[in-house]
Design a protein around this ligand. Structure first.
Ligand code: GTR
Length: 399
């Protein structure tokens, strides 16, 4: 394929050499039963990151306009064909929704709770998406986190600080398991006419789930209580990966929050630290397209790495959250991905993280690219939420 020769060209002449940290940290002191993988910073191989600002043709983009017109579509396409699979359709023509119920006295009278059902293809007996929306009572339209989740618990401080939450369960669209038959799946229902079966670049579960997050926005944009310019996307772990891919593709997301997203979310896969491409595609091949697994033994040939996924948000803000005892997600790899996305933000005149070294624990950094590592393990905590809203307050000019 054309990008392969370009790849070689890039690797030879135009690539960016990643500076490894001068003094590597000692291997972490982790629980004995922690999942086995490579966790020694000294053993991270030297590698070359693809340069987000170099076109497949080898030419360098120099302006924000060139990035948006030329490079952004190329990178989106590479993430589609090589990683997540193609998103075959945007908003389906027949999509409609129904507000099933509204409770104006939710959370002790502080919130409004709406249940909304989206009929993705218009038909009541077709695929649907159920939304649980909790909005703080307010005289103004409110900012909203679209959150992908299995459960419908809303963190009270979010409502107290004036933010809404729209929850949806991605598995309603596509099950989180291997070997789901293509026949009858949403993937088949949304495939271009004439496609008889799955292809190597057919979207995996993460792609379908991310597409669902965009369908939530279709509804939210019409909700009179919601500020359509302040819709964000947030997910944790596998749904953090999903949130990243959703935010990269759909510019209606004002801010993206990939939380402990790790491999396939916001970390550099070339580091081979913690969960590798091989590990993730062995256990969760169906999250991605078929082509992604073919890079497992030679990740350096992957024409993208995850600093470029973060760059796809530019100039919209993005906030990457990691946890101290979550080595599997490669926290430092998520720092380096964030750092190496900055040149794209710079084209827009925006500052990324504003630091070169990983900051101390629980010292959030970042202007347009927010980043923190908090105490604790894999998950989402009140500390994370508080920092996310500090970041959003700043960008939405809320006091
Ligand atoms: C793990 C997987 C991670 C992460 C996690 C989760 O088993 O290796 O990539 O996605 O599941 O979603 O909880």
């Amino acid at each position: 394929m054309a990008f392969r020769s370009t790849l070689i060209l890039r690797a030879l002449a135009l690539s960016l050499l990643l500076a490894l940290p001068a003094a590597a940290a000692p291997p972490p002191d982790m629980p004995k039963d922690y999942v086995k993988a490579q966790y020694d910073e000294d053993l991270v191989p030297k590698f070359t990151l693809p340069d987000p600002l170099v076109l497949n043709s080898g030419r360098r983009v120099r302006t924000a306009a060139e990035w948006t017109r030329l490079r952004r579509p190329e990178l989106l396409q590479l993430f589609q064909t090589e990683v997540y699979g193609r998103t075959p359709i945007g908003r389906p023509p027949g999509e409609r929704w129904e507000v099933l119920s509204v409770d104006r006295n939710a959370m002790g009278g502080r919130a409004i709770y709406e249940k909304v059902r989206v009929y993705l293809l218009g038909r009541a007996d077709g695929p649907k998406l159920d939304l649980d929306i909790t909005l703080p009572k307010s005289r103004k339209r409110v900012p909203v986190f679209v959150m992908l989740s299995w459960h419908s618990k809303v963190e009270p401080q979010v409502i107290e600080r004036g933010y809404g939450v729209a929850l949806y369960d991605p598995t309603q669209l596509y099950p989180d398991k291997r070997d789901v038959p293509w026949e009858g799946s949403l993937r088949q229902q949304l495939a271009p006419p004439g496609q008889a079966g799955p292809r190597d670049d057919d979207w995996g579960a993460l792609g379908v789930w991310a597409w669902g997050a965009s369908r939530v926005v279709d509804y939210l944009e019409t909700d009179p209580l919601v500020n359509r310019h302040e819709i964000m996307v947030l997910g944790v772990s596998r749904y953090g990966k999903t949130a990243g891919w959703a935010g990269a593709q759909d510019t209606r997301f004002a801010i993206t929050f990939p939380v402990v997203s790790g491999t396939g979310g916001a970390t550099l896969v070339r580091r081979g630290y913690g969960e590798t491409v091989k590990a993730i595609t062995d256990v969760f091949p169906y999250w991605f397209d078929k082509r992604f697994a073919t890079y497992a033994s030679h990740v350096n040939d992957l024409p993208v790495d995850w600093h470029e996924l973060i760059a796809l948000m530019a100039p919209r803000p993005v906030y990457i959250a990691t946890a101290e005892r979550d080595w599997w997600t490669d926290q430092h790899g998520q720092f380096l991905a964030a750092k190496n996305a900055a040149p794209v933000y710079a084209l827009f005149g925006e500052k990324g993280m504003g630091v070169d070294e990983e900051p101390p624990i629980e010292s959030p950094v970042g202007d347009y690219i927010g980043w923190h590592k908090r105490h604790g393990v894999h998950g989402l905590t009140p500390y994370d939420w508080a920092r996310f809203m500090d970041f959003a307050d700043r960008h939405f000019h809320r006091s």
